[in-house]
Design a protein around this ligand. Sequence first.
Ligand SMILES: *Cc1c(COP(=O)(O)O)cnc(C)c1O
Length: 416
Amino acid sequence: MEPAWSGFPGAAIKYDRAGLSRFTKRAPAIDTDTDLAAAGGLLTVDLDAVAENYGTLRAEASGAEVAAVVKANAYGLGMGPVARRLADEGCGTFFVADANEGAALRALLPQVDIYVLNGLFPGAAGFYAGHGLAPCLASLAEVAEWRAAAGDGRLPAALHFDTGMNRLGMNEDDAAALAAEGALTEGIEVRLVMSHLACSDEAGNPMNARQLARFKALREGLATRFPEARASLANSGGIYLGKDYHFDLVRPGVSLYGGSPFTGRANPFRPAVTVEARVLAVREAGPGETAGYGGTWAAGHPARLAVLAAGYADGYMRALSARRTPGDNGGYENGGQVRIAGYTAPVAGRVSMDMLIVDVSGLPEGAVKRGDMAELIGPHITVDDVGLKAGTLGYEILTSLGNRYMRVYLSGGGRV
Ligand SMILES: *Cc1c(COP(=O)(O)O)cnc(C)c1O
C-alpha cells in the first residue's frame, strides 16, 4: 500500500543552482508500521472514482484538453497516487499552487507539463527552470524575471490575466504592452493565455459572461504576438457553463475528487473520499446529563452516545458541534451527522481535538459496538453536506483532512 507521505515521495530534492538554496528536503519518515486494527481513523481514496470523474469531465469538455489541478496535495487526497493515476488515464498537464509542489510532482512525472498557478516568486526562477516548471506569469515584473532567467534559451510559461476577480493576473494595459513589444517576452515560450472565473459555481451570475467577454478580447489582442498560445478559462464550474467557456484547455480540481462545483444542482461526480472513525465507547446518559466540553448538549431522555476517534485535529471541524438543551426536540440542524450501523446519527455537543460524540439513541440497542467504524464523509454523508453544516464548503473539508488517518488507496477494486 502507499505510505501516508507518498504525496511527496522520495522527496529528496537536492538543489544547488545559482546559489539559491542548498539543502536536502525529505518528507518525514512516518508510516513505517500501521495496522488497521490500531487505526482510529481510516481515509480511503478511490482512485477509480477519480479516473471516472476525469472521464466525465473529458466527455463534458470534449474538444478541449482536460488538465488536472493537484494543488494542496491534490485537495488533501495525496498528490502522488492521484497524479500518477491521472497520468495513466492520459492526463498530460497539471497545475499546482507553488513551485515546491511542482518539484514534488516533477519527481513523480518527468514527462508532463506542470504549471504553477501562484506565479513566479522573486529569486526563484532558477528553481522553477531546474524542475521544468512553467509559471503562470501574473505581472510584467514576473515576465521580466522569467525572461531574464531564459537567457539565450527558451522557457515555457502561461500568461495569467485578471478578468474581474481581482486576485492574480495582468490587466488590459499589460496585454497591450506585451502585444506591442516582442522584446518583453523574448526567450519565453508562451504556451497558454489564461484567466480564472470568480463565480463559476453560479450559472446565472452575470459575472461569468463579463469575464468571458474580457477574456476573449484579451486573447484576440494577443493572438498575433503569440499565435501558438492556447487559451484556458474554466475550472470545474466553468466547464459546465458551456462550450464558450472551454477554449483549448480546462482546469478542473474539486470535481476530480468528487466535490460539487456548483450550487443548486445535482452533483454528477462520484465521491472519491471516504473517512471513517472508530467507535471507542458506547455509553448511556440519563435525562439532564451533559456530554462533551462546556456541557453544551444535554440529554432530554435516557440517551445512548457513541464516542468516535476523530476530531478537529483530523479536520472534522469544531463548527460541526451541536448544542442541545433538555427542552429541545432535536436541535441538531446545524451540527454534523455521521452514518453508523446503517443509520444517520447527529453529533452531540462539542467536537473535541481527537474525539467526537454522536447521539445513537434512535438506533436499535446493540446496533453500535465498540470497535465499529462510522462514516464521517463518504457515499452517505457527502463532503459538500459536511461543508455546508460546518459553514464552509467541500473544498475546505477536503483540504483540511488530517494526517493522522490511516490512508488506503483503492484501484481496480483492490488496495494499492
Ligand atoms: C484552484 C484553481 C482551479 C481549480 O478549481 P476547481 O474549482 O477546484 O475546479 C483552476 N484554476 C485556478 C486558477 C485555480 O486557482
